[in-house]
Ligand binder design. Structure first.
Ligand SMILES: *[C@@H]1O[C@H](CO)[C@@H](O)[C@H](O)[C@H]1NC(C)=O
Ligand SMILES: *[C@@H]1O[C@H](CO)[C@@H](O)[C@H](O)[C@H]1NC(C)=O
Ligand SMILES: *[C@@H]1O[C@H](CO)[C@@H](O)[C@H](O)[C@H]1NC(C)=O
Ligand SMILES: *[C@@H]1O[C@H](CO)[C@@H](O)[C@H](O)[C@H]1NC(C)=O
Ligand SMILES: *[C@@H]1O[C@H](CO)[C@@H](O)[C@H](O)[C@H]1NC(C)=O
Ligand SMILES: *[C@@H]1O[C@H](CO)[C@@H](O)[C@H](O)[C@H]1NC(C)=O
Ligand SMILES: *[C@@H]1O[C@H](CO)[C@@H](O)[C@H](O)[C@H]1NC(C)=O
Ligand SMILES: *[C@@H]1O[C@H](CO)[C@@H](O)[C@H](O)[C@H]1NC(C)=O
Ligand SMILES: *[C@@H]1O[C@H](CO)[C@@H](O)[C@H](O)[C@H]1NC(C)=O
Ligand SMILES: *[C@@H]1O[C@H](CO)[C@@H](O)[C@H](O)[C@H]1NC(C)=O
Ligand SMILES: *[C@@H]1O[C@H](CO)[C@@H](O)[C@H](O)[C@H]1NC(C)=O
Ligand SMILES: *[C@@H]1O[C@H](CO)[C@@H](O)[C@H](O)[C@H]1NC(C)=O
Length: 646
């Protein structure tokens, strides 16, 4: 496998209106530098530390309900989404239906108000940047996003925002930077975050104001991680990977070693319900297993807890005290508590731990031999072939159920990339019945086809998993999804498509309506390889702009899409209409006829899928990435790689 990044792009500078009718958003220059971050509250930087246990000692709780923390936060957040939702509908043309009045009429019962989730898929920097474009389009703070043709305010109206792998980098970077805007992240300079032209392999070019070189960077990675090891914790490649990511995503000066994921819950704006609940997804791997199957345990990190709704674990641990020794669901009275294990970069690295594989291969590529030596000494520390996992040790679920399942009888918990089970969209947390999500905007940047375009495969995986109602599905419910060939043959992967429009057709439980938003070339060929490790600033921004156009259908300028914001609005209201016994307005009936998958299938093997950039009459708008064979669905490529490396 060749890892050489393809970096030849004739980038298109996106200023104002581009000929061809697709309005390209301009940057919001009102920002002033970097705002302060969440809370760097770890007791000793990256090294987890012994601390006195709180009076009520940390325990594992059952997943049979949401945490008290979440339910009380939801009380606040759900109310906070009401005004943004009204603002959203006040700039969307709903024909004769008065959506603002509808929302006002149902304010007294907040559970009747739409409960919105947004999910951002994995797929490396492609997923990060395409997803960033989506978030930018949904963010009412983005200039022009309040126009009728746009979707600004959806982010402010959402209850949940989930990410996985590359999509998790996006979610983490936004939250750990005080819920800043994508526009702000784009305007940062060298020495700050989001400088993807500096490969993560080589590190940032400056350490704040000073120039620093790659050797210093590796020394720093090694030094910081060895602190954790010397304190008695098992480490894996994910520790280095997470540290490296932190320079790009959290703080370019020192990689923010003290930022914890649980600190997000302590920030005032979060507690005031001013932003959606961030959720990260990772997968479990059984002891001794190399391949991760579709029945593997799906974990979530929320700001308070780490755990799983799956039957294998069915419990949650307090995130702040991860790293403490738990036995039978509690920290025994004769042991001390540990804090600082939930380092934010480590959490981001866990969800994206596939990338360990690529760092491992760098040994065979053209980096200077001095670096290889440093890298080799790092690698020597790590066990054989266990490098692609994150080790959560001590295992908080040790003996929790007194069950026979492997997860509960091993001292270590092995956690891997959230896309390894083929569910490359982080839908699992959003389809839990206890969360009552009505609608999921699913931004899919998966590389599922031979040339890195999506074809619905993460939806298929989640759907199939949900069918095992007595086993792994465990009460979840998901709309019916056709096979991947149908996606391509009917073009369901070329435009927004709704699944589960008719809630009465859903056999078991209350599935959300899913708005599928597949990556598609509007203004640039956004099908770069998952393994492309560097993006020039202009490439990065072209990808973001394309993602913006994916979810707004080019600000509703794509052929026959002037109704798109209206129809997105109808999708938001659909489940709420059911609950309030409201007759679906005519404008929405038309939308559903047009955007809902109508149940037809065509499973014949499609000819190749090679979409062309939509925008006509302009110069080249990017590059088609054909030299890197990132041509499997993400899930399959993980598996193949594991074999290849084993
Ligand atoms: C975070 O952002 C909010 C909203 O923009 C702002 O009010 C607050 O002061 C910021 N917090 C910090 C610590 O910068
Ligand atoms: C979460 O809930 C626990 C117990 O209900 C409480 O002690 C803790 O302060 C809460 N955490 C946050 C971050 O609000
Ligand atoms: C809201 O309630 C008022 C008063 O009952 C009614 O006139 C109006 O039609 C309702 N709006 C919607 C959209 O149902
Ligand atoms: C969009 O509208 C919202 C709600 O009125 C407002 O808070 C926001 O500032 C507006 N955004 C822009 C860029 O003007
Ligand atoms: C990044 O970390 C450095 C060193 O700890 C600190 O001085 C700087 O303020 C941090 N930057 C931000 C934006 O928090
Ligand atoms: C997944 O399925 C395989 C084979 O059916 C089985 O060996 C394994 O234990 C299962 N894993 C879980 C977490 O149920
Ligand atoms: C597990 O077994 C131990 C010893 O038999 C017992 O003390 C503990 O309460 C059990 N834990 C649970 C969660 O049942
Ligand atoms: C705590 O007590 C249990 C039995 O009560 C014992 O097995 C364990 O070794 C003790 N742990 C420590 C750290 O002393
Ligand atoms: C933390 O406490 C444990 C016992 O609970 C002990 O084994 C370990 O050495 C302590 N670590 C440090 C760094 O003091
Ligand atoms: C990387 O290269 C070094 C030096 O050639 C070698 O010792 C080491 O085993 C290699 N590591 C891997 C993971 O291949
Ligand atoms: C459902 O899940 C259980 C346990 O995870 C497994 O044993 C069973 O084979 C699965 N059934 C199907 C039809 O996949
Ligand atoms: C989910 O799994 C747990 C643990 O096995 C079980 O107690 C619970 O009843 C299951 N829920 C549903 C809805 O099947």
């Amino acid at each position: 496998m060749k890892l050489t990044a393809v970096a030849t792009s004739t980038a298109l500078l996106c200023l104002g209106l581009v000929p061809g009718g697709i309005a390209v958003p301009t940057f919001d220059f009102t920002s002033t530098g970097i705002s302060q971050r969440a809370l760097p509250n770890a007791p000793d930087g990256y090294t987890p530390s012994n601390v006195t246990c709180p009076v009520s000692r940390p325990t594992i709780r059952s997943a049979s309900s949401l945490s008290h923390n979440e339910t009380s936060w939801l009380d606040t957040r759900r109310k906070q989404t009401l005004q943004p939702m009204k603002d959203f509908f006040s700039h969307i043309n709903m024909s004769s239906f008065d959506a603002v009045s509808y929302l006002t009429n149902h304010t007294s019962k907040i559970s009747n108000i739409p409960n919105i989730g947004i999910a951002v898929s994995g797929g490396g920097y492609r997923a990060l940047t395409n997803g960033a474009g989506a978030i930018k389009a949904f963010d009412s703070r983005t200039q022009n996003s309040n126009q009728t043709s746009q979707l600004g305010g959806l982010l402010q109206s959402a209850t949940y925002l989930s990410g996985l792998s590359g999509g998790g980098w996006l979610v983490g970077s936004v939250y750990l930077n005080n819920f800043t805007t994508i526009s702000n992240l784009q305007t940062y300079k060298d020495g700050e975050v989001w400088q993807f032209q500096n490969s993560i392999i080589k590190g940032p070019k400056t350490n704040g104001l000073q120039a620093w070189d790659t050797a210093e960077y590796y020394h720093d990675l090694a030094k910081v991680v060895s602190g954790k090891r010397d304190a008695g914790f098992n480490i894996s490649f994910t520790d280095y990977w997470g540290r490296a990511l932190s320079y790009q995503l959290i703080n370019a000066t020192d990689g923010g070693p003290s930022y914890t994921w649980s600190s997000i819950a302590l920030t005032q704006d979060f507690q005031d319900g001013k932003m959606p609940l961030p959720l990260l997804v990772a997968d479990g791997r059984n002891p001794g297993e190399t391949l991760v199957g579709s029945n593997s345990t799906v974990y979530e990190f929320n700001p308070w807890e780490f755990g799983s709704f799956d039957p294998s674990i069915y419990g949650f641990a307090p995130l702040e005290y991860l790293g403490s020794y738990f036995s039978n669901g509690a920290v025994p009275s004769n042991t001390t508590c540990v804090r600082g294990f939930d380092n934010a970069g480590f959490v981001l690295g866990t969800s994206s731990s596939l990338f360990n594989q690529f760092i491992l291969q760098l040994n065979t590529t053209s980096i200077p031999s001095t670096l290889k030596k440093i890298l080799a000494s790092i690698l020597e520390d790590l066990g054989d072939r266990n490098d692609d996992i994150a080790i959560y040790s001590p295992n908080p679920f040790y003996g929790y159920h007194n069950a026979t399942v492997a997860y509960e009888t091993t001292p270590d918990l092995n956690v891997v990339d959230g896309g390894e089970d083929k569910q490359n969209l982080p839908l699992h947390p959003l389809i839990q019945p206890s969360r009552h999500v009505d609608i999921i905007f699913a931004v899919d940047s998966s590389a599922s086809t031979t040339n890195n375009w999506p074809n619905g495969s993460p939806l298929v995986a989640t759907y199939e998993r949900s069918l095992n109602t007595t086993g792994i599905g465990n009460g979840t419910s998901f709309p019916s999804i056709p096979d991947k060939n149908t996606f391509i043959n009917l073009g369901l992967n070329t435009r927004p498509t709704f699944f589960g429009c008719n809630s009465s057709n859903i056999t078991s439980g209350h599935a959300p309506l899913v708005v599928y938003l597949p990556n598609y070339p509007y203004t640039t060929y956004s099908n770069t390889s998952t393994f492309k490790m560097t993006y020039d600033i202009s490439e990065r921004d072209d990808m973001i702009t394309n993602g913006y156009n994916v979810v707004t259908m080019g600000n509703s300028s794509r052929n026959n899409s002037s109704d798109w914001p209206t129809c997105a609005g109808c999708a938001i209201l659909s489940r709420s209409f059911d609950r309030t016994n409201t007759q679906v307005p005519a404008v929405c009936t038309q939308c559903f006829e047009k955007y809902c998958w109508d149940g037809t299938r065509n499973s014949t093997t499609p000819a190749g899928y090679e979409p062309e950039v939509l925008m006509v009459g302009t110069k080249s708008a990017g590059v088609r990435d054909s030299t890197v064979p990132g041509m499997f669905s993400l899930g399959v490529s993980f598996a193949v790689l594991c074999f290849w490396l084993a």
